[in-house]
Each structure stands twice: as C-alpha cells, then as structure tokens.
Design a protein around this ligand. Structure first.
Ligand code: THG
Length: 258
C-alpha cells in the first residue's frame, strides 16, 4: 500500500504552533519520523486556522523539500492555495483534492495536467457526501470522464470515497468499502483509491483499533493508498500483515522488521 503520512497538518495543535512560529526543525523532524516508519509520501495541510494559507503552504513545501525527494500531497480545500503552491513543488506532486463539483474540476484538472501532478478526487458534489456506494460511484464516473477530457489518465486520479467518523455516520463505512470494490470495475485501467483513514475514528475512544480494523477490511476491498499516521506501529503492522495474507508481499518469519 502507498502510505501518505498525515502528520504535517495544522489540525494538530503542535503543528499549527510550529507553522506560526516558523519552527522548521520540528516540522522536518516530524517528516523524517514518518518517512523512517514507511511513509511513501507526505500530506501537507496548513490547517483550518491559518491566517495566510498560501504563504504557510509554500513555507512547508520549501522546508520539506530540503529533507526529502518523496512526493508531497498538497492538501487544501482552496483552489487558489493549490494553484499558487504548485510552482514551488520540485518533488513529485499529488493535488489533494478536487471534488466532483464543476468549478473544482474545471480549475484543478488542467492544473494537474500542467504540473504533471496526480490528483485525489473526493466523491462529493454540490449535494455534499453521498449516502450510499452507488452515488459515490456516479460521482467517480463524472470525475474520471472529466479527467480524461482534460488529458489525464485514470491511473493518475485517486478516487477517495470519503470516509466519515463511525461514531456519527456508522452506515457509511460499509458503503465506502463497497465503493472501493466497485470503482475498480468502472474503467480499464482502473483508478487507484485512497482514504483518509483517521477520519473513521475521530471522536471515538479506541482510535488505533478502529483505524487498523478498517484499513485491513479496506485492503481486502482493493484499497491502494491511505492518508494515515505512520507513527502508529499497530496500524503499520496490521497493514503489513494484511498484505502478507493477501499474498501481495512475500512471507518471511521476520516480515514485521523489514
Ligand atoms: N481525504 C483526503 N484528504 C484528507 C482527508 C480525507 N486530508 C485530511 C484528513 N482527511 C486526513 N488527515 C487527518 C489528520 C488528522 C486526523 C484525521 C485525519 C485527526 N486529527 C486529530 C483529531 O481530529 O482528533 C487531531 C488531534 C489533535 O489535535 O492532536 O484525527 O479523508 N483526500
């Protein structure tokens, strides 16, 4: 599985403080820690409280590129922030995210093409988060169609079926699993899939247990990638074990230490 580290996010109070005070060392340490634990890419999100999200995003991109060549995942709800940050990115880049809303597709798909970026697409439209798998798939079809019209391959469009907290939206999690399975039948080549794993346990007590149980089920449904906390050893070990049991990695007795 392609692991995207979630920790460089202003949603975490210590990260928000480090951004405000331009504490380069703690951000870089958090990045290195995630990479050492197996992150293949780093999500970069200035958080909801940033007074100047473009400036903060550009600073984060610059200091992260001092310490890694791994892909950066530019996570912002704002088209302007993404557009103004992309020229700063030298590493491989993933835009996070477009939705199926017309104005987002119109603006972000051409940017992905221009900057040779991959793009994550949430199955959300003007009507919000769909209730069931079928509506998620309808939005995935809309996204893929528009992406192809913009000159992108479905291989470069990660479909995110929008994972919600189980404590408030329990009926959504089986629909997300169903959408993960069925999105693979939409086209050939199929689009890769991604979820924001820690969403599922927000507000719950057993966060790590809920996260790792969901990710194992999602892997069995063909999940390709997740934004998650690579510093949670239990989640990483559950992923490694699931990959062994799905015959996607070669078993050896010490597979957890590899
Ligand atoms: N899809 C896509 N991108 C995403 C998400 C998604 N980006 C953001 C988010 N969801 C994934 N990242 C996180 C990061 C942190 C948490 C959840 C998801 C989290 N934070 C603690 C909380 O809210 O309880 C913060 C606690 C603290 O303040 O220390 O759980 O779904 N494409």
């Amino acid at each position: 599985m392609f692991i995207i580290g979630e920790r460089i996010n202003g949603m975490f109070k210590n990260v928000a403080r480090a951004i405000v005070s331009r504490d380069k060392k703690s951000i870089q340490e958090l990045a290195v820690a995630q990479l050492n634990k197996g992150a293949d890419a780093l999500d970069v999100n200035v958080g909801p409280a940033s007074p100047n999200p473009t400036k903060d995003m550009v600073w984060l991109i610059q200091i992260l590129q001092e310490i890694t060549d791994k892909p950066l995942v530019i996570d912002s709800p704002s088209v302007a922030v993404i557009q103004e940050s992309l020229p700063e990115v030298k590493n491989p880049v993933i835009i996070n995210s477009t939705t199926a809303e017309d104005h987002k597709l119109q603006n972000l798909l051409p940017l992905a093409k221009q900057y040779n970026a991959k793009i994550i697409a949430l199955t959300i439209d003007e009507g919000g988060v769909p209730k069931d798998a079928e509506s998620r798939l309808e939005l995935a079809v809309k996204i893929i169609t528009h992406a192809q019209e913009a000159g992108l391959s479905p291989k470069d469009v990660y479909i995110d079926p929008v994972l919600l907290p189980v404590n408030v939206a329990q009926d959504h999690s089986p629909e997300v699993l169903k959408a993960l399975r069925e999105v693979k039948l939409l086209c050939d080549p199929a689009p890769p899939t991604v979820v924001g794993l820690s969403n599922v346990s927000q507000g719950a007590k057993q966060r790590s247990l809920i996260n790792r149980t969901f990710v194992v089920m999602a892997l069995a449904c063909g999940l390709d990638s997740a934004i998650l906390d690579p510093l949670d050893d239990d989640v990483i070990n559950a992923i490694k074990t699931a990959e062994i049991l799905l015959n996607e990695q070669i078993f050896c007795p010490d597979y957890l230490s590899i």
